[in-house]
Design a protein around this ligand. Structure first.
Ligand SMILES: [Zn+2]
Ligand SMILES: [Zn+2]
Length: 288
């Protein structure tokens, strides 16, 4: 069972922002499916703190060092649901989804092809075979793998101390950050949507390209009613990340829920010319 409270958080978010209920319905479905997911057999990575830190000291995320043995049948219901949500966006992705379904059924592609690695989500073979845009593949990977990767990585979360990891990708699974939180002590914690992990990261650096030039990092403040929320765009690499200051908005929900539930901030970022890894479904529908 994965993140049972996400369902409650999601329902709460939609009650705060009912205007998004229809647009965001696919996410509600995914959250529901994740909560019902059962691994079927144990998946957890049982590494000690020393074993994890040895990889982190070399800049290697745990999933890259020891890919989980996820079987196709463990995640194919989730993958099918994610594919359906993607298909509903428009005809453009249908041929790619058909190629994916055929290769999956023939055993030519499996869960390993969807795994994150530093710098990308999903294998080059997956992108080549399906011809689907990166954002679509990232959505499929997140929708299908999240509960399995969460079960796999969760036991190692306690091993991450404040100084073990300084990179802009998830120390557990290698995915790029999906959201940022400013926590009580003023530090920034990046959140990973693929495995549910999080890690501390400098507030004055872009996690995507590493720039620390203050003139490159642009703060876009949404409307006054959304106090505490911020979009940070990077002029060096063109990426952006949404951020929530938990000191201002103490009743905010999980990073994933806050991210998925605030497509209006993504609109602000897109209009300003920035893009993000792991785009929202609403952005994929708009061709991004
Ligand atoms: Zn992760
Ligand atoms: Zn950057």
């Amino acid at each position: 069972m994965s993140s049972p409270d996400l369902r409650e958080e999601w329902a709460d978010l939609l009650s705060r922002r009912p205007e998004f209920a229809a647009t965001l319905a696919p996410y509600g479905d995914l959250v529901e499916r994740w909560a019902r997911w059962e691994p079927g057999r144990p998946l957890a990575l049982g590494w000690t703190a020393a074993e994890c830190r040895e990889r982190w000291a070399r800049g290697v995320p745990l999933v890259a060092a020891a890919p989980p043995a996820i079987r196709a049948d463990q995640i194919e219901d989730l993958l099918a649901a994610a594919m359906d949500h993607l298909a509903a966006l428009g005809d453009g992705v249908l041929p790619g989804l058909q190629r994916l379904a055929q290769a999956w059924d023939a055993g030519r592609l499996g869960p390993a092809a969807l795994l994150p690695a530093p710098g990308r989500i999903g294998s080059p073979a997956l992108a080549e075979l399906t011809g689907l845009p990166a954002g679509a593949l990232e959505f499929l990977a997140c929708g299908s793998l999240r509960p399995a990767l969460e079960a796999y990585c969760a036991p190692c979360r306690a091993h991450l101390d404040d100084f073990a990891w300084a990179l802009g990708v998830c120390p557990f699974c290698g995915a790029p950050p999906g959201f940022a939180d400013v926590i009580e002590d003023g530090r920034r914690r990046l959140a990973c949507h693929l495995c549910g992990g999080g890690w501390l990261f400098s507030r004055t650096r872009c996690p995507f390209c590493g720039t620390e030039r203050t003139q490159d990092l642009v703060r876009l403040e949404p409307e006054a009613r959304d106090q505490g929320y911020l979009v940070i765009g990077c002029d060096a690499c063109g990426s952006y990340l949404k951020e929530l200051d938990r000191r201002v908005r103490w009743n905010g929900r999980s990073a994933l829920v806050e991210d998925w539930g605030s497509p209006h901030f993504d609109l602000v970022a897109r209009r300003a010319g920035y893009h993000r890894p792991l785009p929202l479904l609403t952005q994929l529908a708009a061709g991004g």
